[in-house]
Design a protein around this ligand. Structure first.
Ligand SMILES: [Cu+2]
Length: 555
């Protein structure tokens, strides 16, 4: 008999704070901390999170990585699963803590994620697969810091005709656990073997993570445990999570010069990938920049935290530019943000069904007729309001709307959404998933869909699926993975699509509802690099879903 999980009841007050002496920026925070408090649950616990909005704007919280089976209205995606919680109102999110692993929560409206609405969410599995390898654990939540607010300044500039090239707002700094470079001390507390849970909560940046002189043994990607996979550094893209453990007995201090005293601490490095910024960051001053904040004028892509080996918080004795990778063997660095060579821990149970359907999504970014740079999926830029300039096929029946979420439209008119059923096309022998021409794709319930993301943009884009995780089969960076790992692909909820390349994922549509699928770079999502997966409208009703009056009042 299955055991019922416990209840995890929390109250999240969303309000602004100004925690930094040197910045007046009002951060959007949960319970007056940045990042928000650690939310912890055991696998299959029922989380009951009362979210109280004390902001002057509407808000929601998205529980990133949670499958929401049977709770399609608890995903926090404005326009898809709910209307936003108005100021001075509250909503209680209730959902099962599943799947276990390193998840996180964040805003999903008005750029609030960029402005601070982030926090870690750890779900402990019934059996922790790699527990024998570590004695304690630490969370490192990395994010891009902007001196200006996304809501008032960055988004309006980015999506304006003043920025036809679509230059993304460049971060002003990097923060980890709310601390700026060289101010975060991580104590070992006498443990020799430490698990790090790295959560990339950045609006934009992809980072290379390493710790000087230590090997990193990766044990989890997103919420999938993997067999220990040893590297000297790895890449983590926006919204991805990676766990790795280190063993201080393996510390190779040969990088410490002979002429400095022995070091009692070493650097933990997050190095942002310079190539993704469309400007020369060493001299770039954004046009919206204000002089109000004393943070570095030019963005430094190298963030340093300090791992204090004796917990005394001394600085390393060696210069920070002494080493560039976490090991003397640079060949051990993995440059693949998908970490396809990490193998799932539960390989024997990892039965992967054959595909029954097919969907190709072509990613492009270009200016629209108003000279505003937009992102397109199959030539459609996603907007909460119908953009008639990009599609002349007429008014869609099923329309993303801040007033009538897609989920409510599914529940009200399950058979009249105006989206064609799958058809055979010349692209593939499998039936191809169709859309209404406005970014809404209708998936039969229980389909096994191979989705090919063809990226015609030069940038690498981390795509996230709400409500479903998926197997990553192969990418243009690792095309051989499809054959090499057949039958044992790894599940994630973010796939990093290489620039001018492609990624192939397989997704089982076993979760009726309206689920967003989007680039997790906040700027690109707001530029329209998003679609909605409409999964099994009739099954949604058959499972007993009804629109809650307590939710509908927000619309
Ligand atoms: Cu993107």
């Amino acid at each position: 008999m299955a055991t019922e999980g416990a209840f995890v009841s929390r109250t999240f007050i969303i309000d602004t704070i100004t925690p930094y002496r040197t910045s007046k920026k009002p951060i959007v925070a949960v319970n007056y901390t940045y990042p928000g408090p650690l939310l912890e649950a055991n696998e299959n616990d029922t989380c009951v999170i009362r979210v109280i909005n004390k902001l002057a704007q509407p808000t929601t919280i998205h529980w990133h990585g949670i499958s929401h089976r049977g709770t399609p209205d608890m995903d926090g995606a404005v326009g898809a699963t709910q209307c936003a919680i108005p100021p001075n109102a509250e909503m209680t999110y209730k959902f099962k803590a599943y799947p276990p692993g390193t998840a996180w929560y964040h805003g999903h409206f008005l750029g609030q994620t960029v402005d601070g609405l982030i926090g870690p969410f750890i779900i402990h599995p019934k059996v922790e697969p790699n527990q024998e390898y570590y004695d304690t654990e630490r969370i490192l939540m990395v994010a891009d810091w902007y001196n200006d607010l996304a809501r008032t300044t960055l988004l309006s500039w980015f999506l304006s005709s003043k920025n036809p090239e679509g230059i993304e707002p460049i971060p002003d700094a990097i923060v980890v656990n709310g601390k700026f470079s060289q101010s975060l001390f991580v104590q070992t507390s006498n443990a020799k073997r430490i698990r790090f849970r790295i959560i990339n909560a950045a609006a934009f940046s992809m980072y290379t993570f390493s710790i000087d002189g230590l090997l990193l043994h990766i044990t989890e990607v997103d919420q999938t445990p993997v067999k220990p996979y040893t590297v000297s550094s790895f890449v983590i893209n926006a919204a991805q999570r990676v766990s790795c453990f280190v063993d201080l007995n393996e510390l190779d201090q040969s990088f410490v010069p002979d002429d400095v005293p022995p070091t009692k601490s070493i650097y933990i490095r997050f190095k942002a990938d310079r190539d993704m910024y469309p400007v020369d960051i060493s001299s770039y001053i954004p046009p919206y920049a204000t002089q109000r904040y004393p943070y570095p004028v030019f963005f430094n892509p190298l963030y340093l935290a300090i791992l204090s080996l004796d917990s005394c918080n001394s600085l390393p004795t060696y210069p920070a530019n002494q080493v560039i990778t976490g090991s003397s063997n640079p060949d051990l660095g993995d440059r693949d943000a998908n970490l396809l060579h990490a193998r799932p821990f539960y390989q024997a149970n990892n039965k992967i069904p054959d595909a029954t359907h097919y969907l190709k999504l072509v990613i492009t970014i270009h200016p629209d007729i108003l000279n505003i740079s937009r992102g397109y999926m199959n030539d459609v830029t996603y907007d909460h309001a119908l953009d008639t300039t990009t599609n002349k096929s007429g008014k869609p029946k099923c329309l993303t709307s801040d007033k009538v979420p897609l989920l409510y439209q599914m529940a009200t008119n399950p058979n009249e959404l105006g989206i064609p059923s799958p058809i055979i096309t010349s692209d593939s022998p499998l039936p191809a998933i169709q859309s209404d021409g406005h970014g809404h794709y209708l998936f039969p319930y229980g389909a096994v869909v191979d989705i090919v993301l063809e990226n015609r943009d030069e940038g690498e884009h981390p795509f996230h699926s709400h409500g479903h995780n998926f197997w990553i089969i192969s990418t243009s960076a690792n095309p051989e993975a499809e054959q090499l790992y057949r039958g044992a692909y790894t599940k994630r909820d973010v796939v990093s699509v290489p620039g001018s390349g492609w990624a192939k994922i397989r997704l089982v549509t076993n979760n009726p509802g309206a689920w967003l699928f989007h680039c997790h770079i906040e700027w690109h999502m707001n530029a329209g690099l998003m679609v909605a997966f409409i999964v099994g409208p009739n099954e949604l009703l058959a499972q007993g879903y009804t629109i809650k009056s307590t939710h509908k009042r927000f619309c």
